[in-house]
Design a protein around this ligand. Structure first.
Ligand code: NAD
Length: 253
């Protein structure tokens, strides 16, 4: 592990256009469960929702067929407004300020990168921090669902308010995807972290990378083929690695 962290710090030093491609594992150390780990949302049992699959509860079908169930689950599990960024979010914001990191491409919907100060963030699965009316498309602010009960409706047209989150069965936001792919293509280093790479098409975007180094950082093994001469897989906690990077940045500045 120590040798790998040292190599990671060397790669960070020599890279000038780093892109960070992250998933739910980036926010577990802030207290938000991921989906597929043993303590993840998919392995938690809740009698209220046990007869539904997690994919269904977060699907377009559930939103339109059983909106009461959708919004109940969404309010209970997706409200991360009181949660704070962790060391990984903060160091990434610092790397952007230093001009070394060009973009974050995130599958997360919790808004924690922006809360930590990051500016160039492509949220390819949308965000819980915005809602809109599915009928008149007006912006409904970030609290419209969490601060309501039942099926939230638009005060202007009576349409159903929905989150700006990409649900299963829905297409990804085109602007965010275009920005993400362009940033990955121009990067010289891609960090792939805290993601099982099980959700498509998001996972396929890492194959747009043709730069020098891929660093994979994850608790569980991930199915990415790496070049042993230039790439790196660190199996461990992101907080441990980013704490070391934070200390390293203090030391070289
Ligand atoms: P996933 O649950 O499939 O995989 C998360 C991965 O992160 C796992 O392989 C796990 O080993 C790793 N991990 C967990 N904690 C870690 C840590 N501290 N350090 C290093 N690795 C760690 O998540 P995914 O691949 O992002 O796919 C799930 C989908 O669900 C995504 O589309 C995402 O949008 C969404 N999701 C978002 C949030 C959030 O916004 N915080 C939370 C859960 C799920």
């Amino acid at each position: 592990m120590e040798e790998k962290i040292k190599r990671f710090l060397e790669i960070m030093d020599e890279s000038e256009r780093i892109v960070f491609f992250g998933g739910a594992g980036v926010s577990t150390e802030s207290g938000i469960p991921d989906f597929r780990s043993k303590d993840g949302l998919y392995n938690q049992h809740d009698v209220q929702f046990d007869s539904y699959s997690p994919e269904y509860l977060l699907s377009h079908s559930c939103l339109v067929r059983e909106p009461e169930v959708f919004f109940e689950f969404y309010r209970q599990k997706m409200d991360t407004r009181g949660i704070e960024p962790n060391i990984t979010h903060k160091v990434l914001a610092e790397l952007e300020d230093m001009g070394k990191l060009t973009a974050i491409v995130t599958q997360n919907i919790d808004g924690l990168h922006q809360k930590a100060g990051s500016r160039k963030v492509y949220e390819i699965h949308g965000t819980t921090q915005h809602n809109y009316c599915s009928k008149c498309r007006r912006d409904m602010g970030k609290d419209a669902i969490f601060n309501s009960t039942g099926i939230p409706t638009c005060p202007h047209c009576g349409g159903m308010i929905r989150p700006y989150v990409t649900l299963y069965e829905e297409g990804l936001p085109e602007d965010a995807v275009a920005g993400a792919i362009s940033a990955i293509r121009q990067a010289d280093c891609l960090i792939v972290a805290g993601t099982s790479l099980n959700v498509y098409p998001a996972a396929s975007y890492i194959y747009e990378f043709h730069g020098k180094h891929i660093v994979v950082l994850n608790l569980d093994p991930v199915g990415v083929s790496l070049n042993p001469d230039s790439d790196l897989f660190i199996q461990g906690k992101m907080g441990t690695v980013f704490t070391r990077l934070s200390e390293h940045l203090r030391h070289i500045l």
